[in-house]
Design a protein around this ligand. Structure first.
Ligand SMILES: Nc1ncnc2c1ncn2[C@@H]1O[C@H](COP(=O)(O)OP(=O)(O)OP(=O)(O)O)[C@@H](O)[C@H]1O
Ligand SMILES: [Mg+2]
Length: 266
């Protein structure tokens, strides 16, 4: 039997900030071309997890592998090169405030392909903006846009290079249901057309079920469960049920927090 190929593999990841043990021995494999959705409570470490995958944060313990390469073996310059495989839209939007929408989206294209003609860039920028339902905002700066529009520009910038791996940190938070469906459709299309591997953090369960091949739930610094949507929904794990039903009371909120020094058995 051939070994399954993993695009991304996280093994035994521990990460603390001061006394706060955020990731506590996390394991997660993501297959090539897969769409994985990560759910979890606020502050559970979802954004921290994503930043490990792109090498913006390094684990205290454990390994992150992408395409079979252990990120800890990469030097600073190799890491910069490595990041070109990714498109990422950050939770905070992270647009360049002093640049127009056009310049923001063109930026990764110009950096990756210095010789690309302006007309080609413009065509791509238009295409990306159109795919997120934005038109006629090219010359605006971020401060002139609503929060939801900024989020969509960030998303358009992430997909501009049609990267192999896309990381989306709450791409639809604050968007209305119609725009959320539009973004979900873009994510599904990217996968279908380009075979991109996508990891999306969301609090929106409708979205999660619409885009996921598998859903993973992060809790207390580890992956509590990872399963295809139907299995996930049908799980009788009371912790998943509490999350899916959005109940304040239940095992998720009753568990005593782990000791900050605790290292789970392998
Ligand atoms: N650079 C940092 N320095 C110190 N603490 C950090 C840093 N980054 C994250 N943390 C802490 O790690 C914990 C997890 O943060 P993270 O942003 O990953 O949560 P999250 O699951 O993405 O939450 P949300 O759903 O609210 O976005 C938080 O307690 C946060 O304060
Ligand atoms: Mg976050």
């Amino acid at each position: 039997m051939t070994q399954p190929t993993f695009k991304i593999r996280l093994q035994g990841i521990h990460k603390s900030f001061g006394p706060k043990h955020v990731l506590t021995g996390l394991d997660l494999d993501i297959a090539e071309g897969e769409s994985l959705v990560i759910l979890g409570g606020s502050g559970s470490g979802k954004s921290v997890l994503l930043k490990h995958i792109i090498g913006l944060l390094q684990p205290d313990e454990g390994t992150v592998e992408v395409d079979g390469v252990d990120l800890s073996t990469l030097g600073q310059r190799q890491l910069i090169e490595f990041r070109r495989r990714f498109g990422m839209s950050f939770q905070e939007g992270a647009l360049f405030d002093s640049m127009t929408v056009w310049q923001n989206i063109a930026f990764p294209l110009q950096r990756a392909r210095p010789r690309i003609a302006t007309a080609d860039i413009s065509a791509r920028v238009e295409q990306c903006l159109e795919s997120v339902g934005l038109q006629g905002v090219d010359d605006k700066v971020p401060a002139e846009l609503s929060g939801g529009m900024r989020r969509r520009v960030g998303f358009a910038r992430a997909i501009a290079l049609q990267p192999q791996i896309l990381l989306f940190d709450e791409p639809t938070t604050g968007l209305d249901p119609v725009m959320t469906a539009v973004i979900d459709e873009v994510i599904n299309n990217l996968r279908r057309r380009l075979g991109s591997t996508t990891i999306t953090i969301t609090h929106d369960l409708t979205s999660a079920f619409r885009i996921a091949d598998r859903i993973a739930m992060l809790h207390r610094g580890q992956i509590l469960a990872v399963a295809p949507p139907d299995e996930f929904r049908a799980s009788d794990d009371p912790r998943l049920q509490q999350f899916l039903e959005g109940r304040a009371e239940g095992p998720l909120t009753d568990d005593p927090p782990p000791q900050t020094t605790q290292v789970p058995d392998p």
